[in-house]
Design a protein around this ligand. Structure first.
Ligand code: PGA
Ligand code: ZN
Length: 417
């Protein structure tokens, strides 16, 4: 048995320059560390992110209190535990917190420790991290969902939809899927430049031009796909994350323009967009409490992927409600929405059991930690959403998947979409 000797934590910084937690876990002189990411458009039901609100040295954003908790209480509690028993480690952390949304210790502290433990277990077993999850053979690579135009809470423009993504549906390998996106991104950059807009990027590495309306962004992407010699809806598909939680007032939505309109009218507009731009996937089309709207929408869009992010918050209870309500057919998986590796794996297993697609996701505030790339392969997840081909914290995940594909060699296969 490999017994944990100690856990050490420190405050480091995420891709937005905000403080976050890195935990390092030790078994004798061997250690692994992991960094917790952080969202901007967070769901109400997500696990809690603990910060030192009263400490103004970092504008209330520092994480010294949870860091200290790891260095003292957590380190002591996990001492002598078996590093390979992830469920027990996570159970201890969950119990230590004792609240439903991990408000006492903070899910950011818990998750950093949980992920570090998973990594060290793989290191001690001398296996790559992706082999330390659910899948034991026939590993498959996920399709990337690359966020190439950023709007909403991730950019300073006036785009209402938060993420305009492309998915290279016809790619036969992961490296080919990256190449296809690379070509489209470069053509998109050219087009944006020609229009006289800035080609600077948003939080997730996509361009953030000062475009006013969703349709202008969609037209630009279709143009870039065509210019690249690909067929929209066949070789490459457009996928959206509306993040509609941010666009709701009195049960009305301002998704399609500044004006707030009813669910029925919003659905009509969605259907027009889906048809016109051959959209294949829509994430968070409605608010996190609007189960009826989700159900109505799903019944009208059976053929496309409807993804619950803020709706499910990687939470088994919410996924069960959504399943019974027929709200979606896919789930976005974000480790820090729930707070431990074990709970994340439980949600993935259940989602796959009920026939939902699983999409592993980064957060808009992320880091060089590429844990989610291994998680995607190790859980047989269909897709991975980790930004554009820009900003090292996004590219780190793609690079790790390229390495995994190379290691798998002739055994590597793409997943189904
Ligand atoms: P977030 O955005 O990390 O800011 O929540 C990502 C998403 O909504 O999918
Ligand atoms: Zn989302």
């Amino acid at each position: 048995m490999s017994k944990i000797t100690k856990v050490v934590a420190r405050q480091v910084f995420d891709s937005r320059g905000n403080p976050t937690i890195e935990a390092e876990i030790f078994v004798k002189n061997l250690s692994s560390s992991s960094i917790c990411p952080s969202g901007a458009s967070t769901g109400t039901y997500e696990a809690f992110e603990k910060r030192d609100k009263a400490n103004k040295k970092y504008l209330g954003k520092s994480v010294f209190i949870p860091v200290k908790y790891i260095n003292t209480v957590i380190s002591k509690k996990l001492k002598n535990q078996n590093i390979h028993n992830q469920e027990r480690i996570d159970h201890i952390l969950i119990k230590l917190d004792g609240t439903k949304q991990k408000k006492k210790i903070g899910a950011n502290a818990i998750l950093a420790v949980s992920m570090a433990a998973k990594k060290l277990s793989a290191k001690i077993k001398k296996i790559p991290l992706y082999k330390n999850f659910l899948v034991k053979s026939n590993y498959k690579l996920p399709y990337p969902l690359m966020n190439i135009i950023n709007g909403g809470a991730h950019a300073n423009n006036r785009l209402r939809i938060q993420e305009f993504m492309i998915r290279p549906d016809r790619a036969k390998s992961f490296s080919e899927s990256v190449r296809m996106c690379f070509i489209v991104i470069n053509n998109l950059k050219k087009l944006i430049k020609q229009m006289g807009y800035s080609t600077s990027v948003g939080d997730e590495g996509g361009f953030a031009p000062m475009i006013n309306d969703n349709e202008s962004a969609l037209k630009l992407i279709v143009k870039a796909i065509n210019l690249s010699g690909f067929k929209n809806g066949k070789d490459i598909s457009i996928c959206l994350d509306v993040a509609a939680n941010e666009l709701i007032k009195n049960k009305k939505y301002s998704i399609h323009s500044k004006k707030f309109i009813s669910v029925d009218k919003s659905i009509q507009n969605y259907l027009k967009l889906i048809k016109k731009y051959k959209i294949k996937s829509i994430e968070d089309p409605f608010g996190e409490n609007d189960w009826t709207a989700w159900n109505k929408f799903l019944s009208k869009t059976q053929k496309i992927q409807i993804v619950g992010d803020d709706l499910f918050v990687t939470n088994l209870e919410r996924l069960k409600v959504g399943f019974l309500n027929m709200s979606a057919n896919s789930i976005l998986i974000k480790l820090n929405q729930i707070g431990t590796v074990t709970e994340t794996l439980e949600v993935i297993k259940f989602a796959q059991l009920i026939g939902y697609k699983t999409i592993i996701s980064h957060r808009s505030g992320d880091s060089e930690d590429s844990f989610i790339a291994d998680l995607a392969v190790g859980t047989n997840s269909n897709q991975i959403k980790t930004g554009s081909l820009a900003r090292s914290e996004r590219v780190a995940k793609y690079n790790q998947l390229i390495r995994i594909e190379e290691k798998l060699g002739k055994y590597s296969k793409m997943n189904t979409i």
